[in-house]
Ligand binder design. Structure first.
Ligand code: AMP
Length: 114
């Protein structure tokens, strides 16, 4: 997989507003937020898309969701609710080919567009 802008954020080659980091996961605010809270949660491992997740990465993927849960609480949006989105490839409008979970909330969201 070729390096993406998210790898540069992991390596601190470009700045980001980082909210969480451990050995395997990084979370930072989206540069073009779609709601008052819009955070991207990524594995440090270079996994391009959902299609590329391997069975032995199931725990890591689960921890991405638990990290979203933690950040939602920290942001104060857990009880009101939020949306977790993972875009995949062209039809899913994926722009950055490094797996990422969008955590979006802080306002009433509209229904999912078809
Ligand atoms: P996706 O369409 O699911 O691939 O979403 C990629 C997301 O990355 C978009 O919401 C962008 O606004 C966001 N993004 C791109 N570059 C940066 C950056 N340097 N820092 C933070 N977010 C970024």
């Amino acid at each position: 997989m070729s390096e993406t802008i998210f790898t540069k954020i992991i390596k601190r080659e470009i700045p980001a507003d980082i909210l969480f980091e451990d050995d395997d996961i990084l979370a930072f605010r989206d540069i073009n937020p779609q709601a008052p809270t819009h955070v991207l949660i990524i594995p440090k491992a270079e996994i391009a898309t959902v299609n590329d997740i391997q069975p032995d990465q199931a725990e890591l993927v689960g921890r991405l969701i638990l990290t979203a849960q933690l950040i939602a609480r920290q942001e104060g949006i857990a009880d009101d609710g939020y949306r977790l989105v993972v875009n995949c490839n062209q039809h899913g409008c994926q722009e950055v080919f490094h797996l990422h979970l969008h955590l979006i909330g802080g306002k009433q969201l509209r229904g999912m567009s078809k």
